[in-house]
Design a protein. Structure first.
Length: 120
């Protein structure tokens, strides 16, 4: 049996990556970006990633890759879950029920004595 475990990146982590990319783009080529819109709009973020990849600066390329990975929907990771062992089917005992409840057709005098005897 497979259970899918998803890894979800928090909005604050996406915002931090977008902010770092904004600062590097501003320092390297003077481009001003909207960090909040970068996190909210995947189309805008893809365009900023494309612009960042036109530069040869290694930090811009690294941050563009990080932002692109953050924008991807989480991929389910298959994880094997241990399946509990199957229980055997219920088998009725021949000597009577283990619960203490009477079986149909049992001696009523013995049952009354037992019932009263267990209350005291």
């Amino acid at each position: 049996m497979f259970v899918f475990q998803e890894t979800v990146m928090l909005e604050s982590e996406k915002f931090a990556i977008a902010a770092h990319l904004h600062v590097h783009l501003r320092r390297i080529n003077g481009r001003v970006t909207d960090v909040e819109w970068m996190v909210k709009s995947p189309d805008y973020a893809r365009e900023i990633i494309r612009v960042a990849r036109t530069e040869t600066h290694p930090d811009l390329l690294r941050l563009a890759d990080k932002l692109e990975a953050a924008l991807q929907p989480p991929m389910p990771t298959p994880r094997v879950q241990a399946v509990p062992p199957a229980r055997p089917a219920f088998v009725a005992s021949q000597s009577g029920p283990a619960s203490g409840f009477p079986t149909p057709g049992a001696d009523s005098a013995a049952l009354r004595k037992r019932y009263v005897g267990t209350l005291r």
